[in-house]
Design a binder for this molecule. Structure first.
Ligand SMILES: Cc1ncc(COP(=O)(O)O)c(C=O)c1O
Length: 404
């Protein structure tokens, strides 16, 4: 079959595939513990559900403007004022089918074939594939000090004549690292000086721990005119537990938003009207759910870290935010895909292999589920990996006997 070069070059989304595997195993009655997921399990805000239901009941579910309904743009403008202390106009906002689409149309709007987009590694699985989809090239930057905190000099070393954009995701998927404010200041200034686009993927910016506060990148921009190349991306998926709704947005210069809108208008048109109404409900309604989710995640993080710290052979850095931990399991197996498969086969624990995020030897463990799943999942993993573990393990009434 004749398939395009780009089509052939795109890998399946590893995270979505893992969800599928979990669903299939569960449907067969397997005692799966899913520590690989990327979605909070709390309920979406009631305001989101009521607002969406009102529209559905009215039956007036029509096409919307390609860049989003005015009410949602207004809500995004209010959000931008609250969290970024910046006033923007409706022409500076595009609402898309998830932050994923907002990033994708931004890259399609700025990248020419062969141009490069630079991002710190480990990185979100979609960045390299999105660059490829645009005919561009993703360039990961591995901090030389081996930490999860990128340094400007490491990024600078990868920026060349083909570089068009930098993507920063902080707090970060998969590491949970929230980059220091000094780094955000440096990267904003660096991109301005080098005339590069800077995409701030802020999708987890409110899910942060230990008293941290969201960082406002605009604070460090010298140029806040319509010539600014700063693109700030956000959405309702993570903070409002609305992953399946599919709504994100970008804030950028009018000119860029116009081009992104033209692209989106031919791709999907505006996001679903029902979902946009739900997002208005979430953004304008009672906000208590975000804080309650944040607190639950912080507690889950603490439980997971204490269990991993007691896991001999595992090296772990304490996540500052998100609901991911990126732990070093290379003492057990340097091949993270093989290790993740072993954990799935032996004890039905799902985790994401680090190689999918560009760093082998690690596993991404999510703590967005129940505490019981976290503790039991780690116990099962320990049983597989610890040579001194007892020969048998009970999962419910099922008896597992070590055969390796
Ligand atoms: C770093 C990062 N950016 C963007 C997204 C996309 O979010 P959305 O569900 O809004 O498309 C995700 C989702 O996993 C993510 O982890």
């Amino acid at each position: 079959m004749s398939i395009s070069q780009i089509g052939r070059s795109i890998a399946e989304s590893a995270t979505l595939k893992l969800n599928e595997t979990a669903a299939i195993l569960r449907s067969k009655g397997e005692p799966v513990i899913h520590l690989g997921g990327g979605e909070p399990k709390s309920m979406p805000p009631i305001d989101a559900i009521v607002t969406a239901a009102q529209l559905l009941n009215s039956g007036e579910v029509r096409y919307t403007p390609a860049d989003g309904i005015p009410a949602l743009k207004k809500a995004v403008i209010r959000y931008t004022e609250e969290f970024y202390h910046r006033h923007v106009e409706p022409e500076n906002v595009i609402c898309s089918g998830g932050a994923k689409q907002a990033i994708m149309v931004a890259l399609q709007a700025i990248l020419n074939p062969q141009e490069e987009v630079v991002y710190p590694a480990p990185y979100w699985v979609s960045y390299p594939e999105m660059a490829k989809l645009c005919g561009g090239v993703g360039v990961p930057v591995y901090p030389e000090d081996g930490s999860f905190y990128p340094r400007l000099k490491d990024i600078e070393a990868k920026v060349g004549p083909y570089t068009k954009a930098v993507i920063i995701n902080s707090p970060n998927n998969p590491t949970g690292a929230m980059y220091p404010e000094s780094f955000i200041a440096e990267i904003v200034q660096f991109c301005e000086d080098r005339d590069l686009y800077l995409i701030m993927d802020d999708i987890y910016h409110r899910l942060i721990f230990d008293g941290r506060k969201p960082i406002n990148c605009y604070k460090y921009a010298k140029d806040l005119s319509e010539n600014s190349k700063l693109i700030v991306v956000n959405g309702v998926s993570k903070q409002y537990a609305m992953t399946g709704f599919r709504l994100g947005w970008a804030v950028a210069s009018r000119q860029l938003i116009r081009v992104m809108t033209n692209i989106q208008s031919h791709q999907t048109s505006g996001p679903s009207a029902i979902v946009q109404h739900a997002a208005v409900g979430a953004l304008m309604g009672v906000q208590a759910g975000v804080e309650s989710l944040r607190q639950t995640l912080e507690n889950n993080r603490n439980v997971l870290i204490s269990r991993l710290q007691a896991f001999e052979g595992v090296k772990v850095q304490r996540p500052d935010g998100t609901f991911y931990c990126f732990a070093d399991f290379s003492a057990y197996d340097k091949n993270s895909a093989r290790l993740a498969q072993k954990l799935l086969d032996k004890v039905r624990v799902l985790v994401m292999p680090g190689i999918e995020f560009g760093l082998d030897g690690h596993l991404r463990i999510s703590y967005c589920g129940a505490v019981k799943d976290i503790t039991e999942g780690i116990e099962r993993m320990k049983w597989v990996l610890d040579p001194d573990a007892p020969n048998e393990l009970y999962i419910g009434t099922r008896k597992l006997v070590r055969d390796w």
